[in-house]
Design a protein around this ligand. Structure first.
Ligand SMILES: C[S@@+](CC[C@H](N)C(=O)[O-])C[C@H]1O[C@@H](n2cnc3c(N)ncnc32)[C@H](O)[C@@H]1O
Length: 216
């Protein structure tokens, strides 16, 4: 299912800023060459610009990312942090995040990113149960989304924001014949957020769907 008409794709990419610089372009190209089958895991330039914008709008000093891969989204978040800010980047792949580390160095943000390798749920549960997270981005295994959301929303400060990627699953969320575990988990978190009195939220048709949640 095309969520946005393909004819609009280039136009959308051309009308957001900042445009991807050499660092982001090289990272996208290196990822495409290294793992061609997995390129779709990486967020696109417009979603990256959106993450930088959300990080800036929340004035984030503490951000958390679940699902780092080769580092595109983490770079966009790190670039939006307030002075002295920190991003805790969670992933379980040493191999893919080795690329991310190189690009954090090249972009001059390595000192703002703290990589936590391991199962993301364990990492999130190890964080203090304080409401001190300003911004979070969830983009890892879909089955984990309900738990990642719950662990993060309890740690979000009032006014803080969580963005969740792939919430439309290529349209499968509205296809009742689709009963795979990842899609069921995404439906569950989408329903939970819509009914969650702790937050206000909107689901945007950006790429594969991005939900933006603000804690009251
Ligand atoms: C869709 S990719 C993230 C893409 C990334 N946000 C980007 O912009 O390139 C998902 C990542 O989640 C990681 N992941 C999947 N399940 C995980 C888990 N249970 N704990 C930690 N990381 C996990 C994978 O290793 C992979 O790097």
């Amino acid at each position: 299912m095309h969520i946005v008409h393909p004819d609009l794709d280039t136009y959308l990419l051309e009308h957001c800023s900042p445009a991807a610089d050499d660092v982001l372009r090289d990272l996208a190209e290196e990822t495409r060459q290294a793992v061609p089958d997995l390129t779709s895991m990486q967020i696109t330039q417009d979603e990256g610009a959106f993450l930088t914008l959300l990080t800036q709008l929340t004035g984030a000093r503490l951000a958390v990312e679940v699902g780092t891969f080769t580092g595109y989204s983490s770079l966009c978040i790190a670039r939006g942090l307030a002075d002295g800010g920190k991003l805790i980047a969670c992933d379980r792949s040493e191999e893919w995040t080795a690329t991310a580390r190189r690009y954090w160095e090249r972009a001059g943000v390595a000192d703002r990113v703290e990589l936590r390798l391991g199962p993301a749920l364990e990492t999130l549960r190890s964080l203090p149960r304080e409401e001190n997270v300003d911004f979070a981005f969830i983009d890892a295994d879909k089955g984990g989304y309900p738990d990642y959301y719950e662990e993060l929303v309890t740690r979000l400060r009032p006014g803080g924001v969580i963005a969740l990627d792939n919430v439309l699953q290529g349209g499968s969320v509205v296809d009742e014949t689709e009963q795979s575990e990842p899609v069921k988990a995404i439906r569950a978190v989408n329903d939970a957020i819509a009914a969650d009195v702790r937050v206000t939220s909107v689901m945007l048709p950006l790429r594969d769907g991005v939900t933006v949640v603000r804690k009251r």
